[in-house]
Design a protein around this ligand. Structure first.
Ligand SMILES: [Zn+2]
Length: 275
């Protein structure tokens, strides 16, 4: 039985208001610091990662048809040998500042809402870092390898619409100092918030030193699976300790929270070597 049936619709809406799962207006509202509206086709639908709400059935839910019918869906299997090397003139430049740590368990992931003012610039456009969140195991694979975690840094355009996501694969290794406090205070249950007093994070610490990446056109990996997103997935993973990875994987109902790989459907994945 789905745990979502034990939640009232109101509680679920409350839990979801600032999730990447949702459409653009939620981001706009959230960025302005005002309450997000109750809305959205996919929201009333009780989607998840198992049983009757599994990713294979998201497309049957009202408003989520693109999850099944879309041709540019994410995540995908990234394969170095078949990616097109490109001397991208449009390599992103990151201008991330420090943010308070503000976490929400929205029932699908733990989302860190980022303070306004951090940007990514690429191709003459500026995108705003709105939030980041985690998936376990990773959604993208690299050369056939699945990682224990993946973080998605979600950026909005000038209209507040999610437009560009940076994905970073996470492998087991050293403790990640930037997430030390946060991962000791992860909100455990849907609808819970956690804001450890004085805790700060700089999202730059979530990027590998080597900025080589894969780039492709994709979608939200959660309902309503909206397409038209630019994806940059870093080639090199970052590290979290085994206990940090376990802290996320032990959260009830969030393991797993990865959408299966989607067909490429002729899309071209480009790649740029690091610098
Ligand atoms: Zn995600």
């Amino acid at each position: 039985m789905s745990r979502f049936r034990t939640l009232s619709v109101r509680a679920l809406k409350s839990a979801l208001v600032s999730s990447v799962c949702l459409a653009s207006s939620a981001f706009a509202q959230d960025l302005r610091g005002t309450p997000a509206p109750v809305f959205l086709s996919g929201e009333d639908a009780h989607w998840g990662y198992s049983q009757t709400v599994s990713p294979q059935r998201w497309g049957e839910l009202p408003g989520n048809a693109v999850c099944a019918a879309g041709l540019d869906q994410s995540p995908i299997a990234l394969v170095t040998a078949t990616a097109t090397p490109q001397n991208h003139q449009d390599a992103p430049s990151f201008h991330y500042g420090t943010s308070r740590v503000r976490m929400t368990n929205n029932g699908h992931t733990v989302q860190f809402t980022y303070d306004v003012g951090s940007t990514l610039q690429v191709g003459g456009n500026t995108y705003h870092l709105a939030q980041f969140h985690f998936h376990t195991p990773s959604e993208h694979t690299k050369d056939g390898v699945e990682y224990p975690l993946e973080v998605h840094l979600v950026h909005t355009d000038a209209h507040g619409t999610p437009a560009l996501v940076v994905g970073v694969l996470i492998q087991e290794g050293f403790v990640h100092p930037g997430l030390f406090t946060a991962f000791r205070h992860l909100p455990r249950h849907a609808g819970e918030h956690s804001q450890p007093a004085g805790a700060l994070i700089n999202a730059s610490s979530l990027l590998p030193f080597n900025k080589a990446f894969y780039k492709y056109a994709g979608s939200l990996t959660t309902p309503p699976c909206t397409e038209g997103l630019q994806w940059y997935v870093m080639k090199n993973p970052i590290e979290l300790s085994d206990s940090q990875i376990a802290a996320f994987q032990r959260l009830p109902y969030l393991n797993p929270n990865n959408r299966p790989l989607q067909p490429l459907n002729g899309r071209v994945v480009t790649t740029r070597h690091g610098h």
